[in-house]
Design a protein around this ligand. Structure first.
Ligand SMILES: [Zn+2]
Length: 593
């Protein structure tokens, strides 16, 4: 394509609406433009990258035996009421009314629509399993659209759904999709991790994994082992127990009325008793460490939580954070919140900042890391005083010991026990769920099994944010001068720059190379504009093709400058040699897929 003819305007400065590097470069490179908050147009360059992503997704879906369909964006609100999600999605649903006042939802996802379709199309086990997918526009009434394509109100998704007759069938479908997702993200050149995840609002039980592209601007935090392939969402990541045992997210069931037995723990018979010391106006970990030369890991934090109707104390190390999801699971409570000041004062008999576990008349939940301490510093349960030399098991009971905190940098890996966890920010680009019969039960999608009995179809659902993936690739490959696109996604494979189009030898050589490469089936962008070289080079960086050929002073000698931005090699070559380099690179990057 000729650059003089393509709809492409680069911007010299980063627009103020850009809140990340990648977003800024997509705008500057003329890939996307904002129409309204969280709503974007894709210009020819952006559309070309999207098509590359969609192409890879289609190939891998076909390979995994998934059939392409297309479901409507507009869905009757009644269908969402039937599934129960009309309420749970709430204000995030984008809705429209037709002229008769009937309400429709602009689909953020298509579980209801596809289940309704399958209910009518499939009635016998002989037609199962079936896997279908579509690529299309989704809508979400995002309260605060931000980060460009990452959190928009209109976005492009690939969503797939599997229907099986048994749990074993679902396992196989899930594993097949899991493999396909790994291939898709690897082919897109992403640095990513598949992590164990919470199923969130889509619901269902059983397995769920998120695919996270590593990026400092990501809204998710993942814990990753440096030794084995363990990776999990921060909310889900397990921490190793005091005796090295790893526990699952479904914690042991110990009722709150269990007598608080003294399990001894690390207490030594002859150790000195805790020592009270005066700490006027010292109420935070930071103040304690600064004033008394303590390390946060020598302090035991005592936090008071409301869980359902109960009030409990939770002990974590000074450098650790309580994980409310784990706490809620342990207590079997839906709603777990930090108690307010007056509740703390009433329950613990002292103001916040001086609460300690010794003598507390509340159930005390002790995190593994605290149970493993020999002694620590805590609040004294008395205003303006703390205690040092407090021993777990001796000075407070170890009746409820468990995993109550977020994983932290450097924690031992709960899976292999050899590696240590590091924390990374990331962008969620894909999600796979085992749904089970959550939707098929509600929407009566049943089939007759081999013995003629009616059974609910067993479902899985599998999403990839296509426009998000584009944004994630842009973030990971954002450089100073532009986005260095990976070969598989670049809008063009090679760009030819004519330094001066008024120079006949340059123009002629460029046309010759352009024609040859096009005949070889390559995607070529020819900068044939009457612009200063500086402008052309700057734009070339913003466009970010993996290979560039500059035709300048040595054109008369049929010599060009070839640059491979992937390998970083720059060389002056004869015309034939440059063609060889370009085709070699194209072949090797194709085989790398
Ligand atoms: Zn590990």
């Amino acid at each position: 394509m000729r650059q003089s003819q393509i709809l492409l305007n680069t911007l010299r400065e980063r627009p103020s609406e850009a809140d990340t590097e990648g977003h800024g470069l997509l705008l500057r490179g003329g890939y996307i433009r904002q129409l309204a908050a969280g709503i974007y147009s894709y210009l020819p360059l952006g559309r070309r990258v999207l098509r590359k992503i969609e192409g890879i997704v289609r190939e891998e879906m076909e390979r995994a035996g998934v059939q392409e369909v297309m479901l409507p964006s507009m869905q009757p609100a009644e269908l969402w009421m039937e599934s129960g999600r009309y309420g749970t999605y709430g204000n995030n649903l984008m809705t429209v009314n037709d002229r008769h006042g009937r309400e429709f939802i602009l689909g953020p996802t298509h579980e209801e629509a596809v289940t309704s379709l399958m209910k009518n199309e499939v009635s016998s086990y002989r037609k199962l399993p079936v896997k279908v997918y579509q690529i299309g526009t989704k809508f979400r009434d995002e309260k605060r659209p931000r980060f460009g394509l990452l959190r928009g109100r209109e976005f492009i998704m690939k969503d797939a759904y599997s229907f099986d007759i048994s749990e074993e069938g679902l396992d196989l479908s899930y594993r097949t999709m899991f493999g396909a997702y790994n291939r898709i993200f690897a082919r897109c050149g992403l640095r990513f991790r598949a992590v164990e995840a919470d199923a969130g609002t889509i619901g269902g039980d059983g397995g769920s994994h998120e695919f996270i592209a590593l990026s400092s601007i990501g809204e998710d935090t993942v814990a990753v082992c440096g030794h084995c392939d363990y990776a999990a969402n921060l909310e889900q990541a397990e921490t190793a127990s005091w005796d090295g045992e790893s526990i699952g997210s479904g914690a042991k069931e110990i009722g709150l009325d269990t007598p608080q037995a003294d399990r001894g723990g690390a207490a030594a018979e002859d150790a000195p008793l805790p020592e009270k010391f005066h700490t006027p106006d010292i109420r935070t970990i930071d103040q304690l460490t600064a004033a008394y030369g303590l390390k946060p890991e020598q302090i035991i934090k005592t936090l008071i939580y409301k869980a359902g109707g109960d009030i409990v104390a939770v002990l974590v190390r000074g450098d650790h954070e309580v994980n409310e999801i784990k706490l809620g699971k342990y207590l079997g409570a839906e709603d777990t919140t930090l108690a307010d000041d007056s509740t703390v004062a009433a329950a613990a008999g002292v103001i916040c900042g001086y609460v300690g576990p010794a003598g507390l008349k509340l159930p005390v939940l002790v995190d593994y890391a605290v149970a493993a301490m020999t002694e620590g510093t805590t609040g004294a349960g008395e205003r303006d005083y703390h205690l040092r030399g407090v021993r777990p098991g001796r000075d407070f009971p170890l009746a409820h010991v468990g995993d109550f905190r977020n994983a932290a940098e450097g924690d031992p890996c709960p899976r292999c026990r050899e590696g240590h966890l590091t924390l990374h920010r990331g962008i969620e680009i894909g999600h796979v769920f085992k749904l089970g019969t959550r939707y098929s039960d509600k929407l009566s999608a049943a089939f007759l099994d081999a013995s003629g009995r009616e059974q609910s179809m067993i479902m899985g659902c599998y999403g990839i944010g296509i426009s998000r993936l584009l944004a994630a690739v842009a973030e990971q490959n954002a450089g100073e001068g532009g986005i260095a696109w990976p070969d598989a996604l670049a809008p063009f494979e090679v760009q030819i720059i004519i330094v001066s189009i008024k120079d006949e030898a340059q123009a002629a050589l460029a046309e010759k190379l352009y024609g040859t490469l096009k005949k070889l089936g390559l995607e070529v962008l020819l900068d044939d504009r009457d612009e200063r070289p500086g402008v052309k080079f700057k734009d070339s960086g913003l466009i970010g093709t993996p290979q560039v050929v500059v035709i300048g002073r040595e054109a008369a000698l049929e010599r060009v400058e070839y640059e491979n931005r992937v390998s970083g090699v720059k060389e002056t070559l004869g015309l034939e040699e440059s063609i060889l380099r370009i085709t070699e690179h194209a072949t090797s990057s194709t085989f790398a897929d």
